[in-house]
Design a binder for this molecule. Structure first.
Ligand code: SAH
Length: 269
């Protein structure tokens, strides 16, 4: 009979104070923490108990430093069989653009007990810290979370519908493909009363918000954005001028530095 358990936990979008009490409770009890790239060093320092082993299992598209999903699944199982309380800490919320399905299937396959603790997803964090209400009355009725992969073909009617909808569109993992995104929406005559917000490192001291209009996007297509980047498109973006409350950072540093974080207890795989 094994006594361990796996807790899949959302760490929130960056600001360490945007984590739930329940998540903190588990980080204080954990024997092992398997953590993502988008979890900050500050958060680990503040909440993980000093006895716990912290294992960095970050993923970065196209990076050699990425940990393969299979390796992460194996670590979950291995530590469970050592009777450990394992926290699998993921950036943002666990159910939004995270590989939770793979991990759940692995846990189920091995009959490993688990809990799932939600976190604040990047869209909510970025919306709040930029003062862009995602479904502001009179501006949008709904919001969609999407992603734009360069390699993935989307039919014309996909782009036509996206250009036409009054839903607020939030694109995750699309910073590098922003040209494709904007080009396709313009091609399908997206209305000029919608705008684009590019929010990098949201909720952290390095947060930066850039606003672009569709009729003047030359500067946008010539800019490389720091990761992580979230893109919000819709009429609601125009509310930024009125309701932003956090000054843009002039700090070009990268806030998420887990890879180089070694406090004698962080293993980099
Ligand atoms: N599960 C996470 C998303 C993981 S996918 C969540 O719920 O937020 C990773 C993508 O999330 C990044 O490419 C970026 O688009 C977005 N993201 C995560 N944290 C962010 C942040 N602090 N600022 C801007 N975008 C962020």
């Amino acid at each position: 009979m094994y006594t361990g358990k796996v807790i899949i936990v959302g760490a929130g979008p960056g600001d360490p104070e945007l984590i739930t009490h329940k998540a903190v409770k588990y980080l204080q009890q954990a024997d092992v923490v398997l953590t993502d790239r988008l979890v900050s060093r500050e958060l680990l320092d503040e909440y993980v108990n000093l006895e716990a082993e912290i294992i960095y299992v970050g993923k970065e598209a196209g990076s050699a430093r990425s940990t393969p999903q299979k390796k992460i699944n194996d670590l979950l199982v291995e530590h469970y069989y050592q009777d450990k309380l394992v926290v699998r800490l993921k950036g943002g919320d666990v159910s939004i653009f995270s590989n939770i399905l793979d991990e759940l299937e692995t846990l189920q396959e091995h009959k490993i007990p688990y809990e799932i603790i939600p976190g604040i997803t990047a869209a909510s964090g970025a919306a709040a810290y930029s003062g862009i209400p995602l479904t502001a009355r009179g501006y949008a009725d709904s919001v969609r979370y999407l992603t734009c992969y360069k390699s993935e073909y989307k039919p014309e009617n996909y782009w036509r519908e996206l250009a036409k909808t009054d839903d607020t569109l939030v694109f995750y993992m699309s910073g590098e493909n922003i040209d494709t995104l904007v080009f396709n929406l313009i091609r399908h005559n997206i209305s000029a009363d919608k705008a684009i917000a590019v929010i990098t490192q949201a909720t952290t001291p390095c947060q930066h918000v850039s606003i672009y209009q569709f009729d003047d996007i030359n500067t946008l297509t010539n800019t490389a954005f720091v990761s992580p980047t979230l893109i919000i498109i819709g009429k609601v973006v125009n509310l930024y001028q009125r309701f932003s409350w956090k000054d843009n950072s002039i700090n070009s540093d990268s806030y998420f530095k887990s890879v180089s974080y070694i406090r004698n207890r962080l293993s980099v795989l």
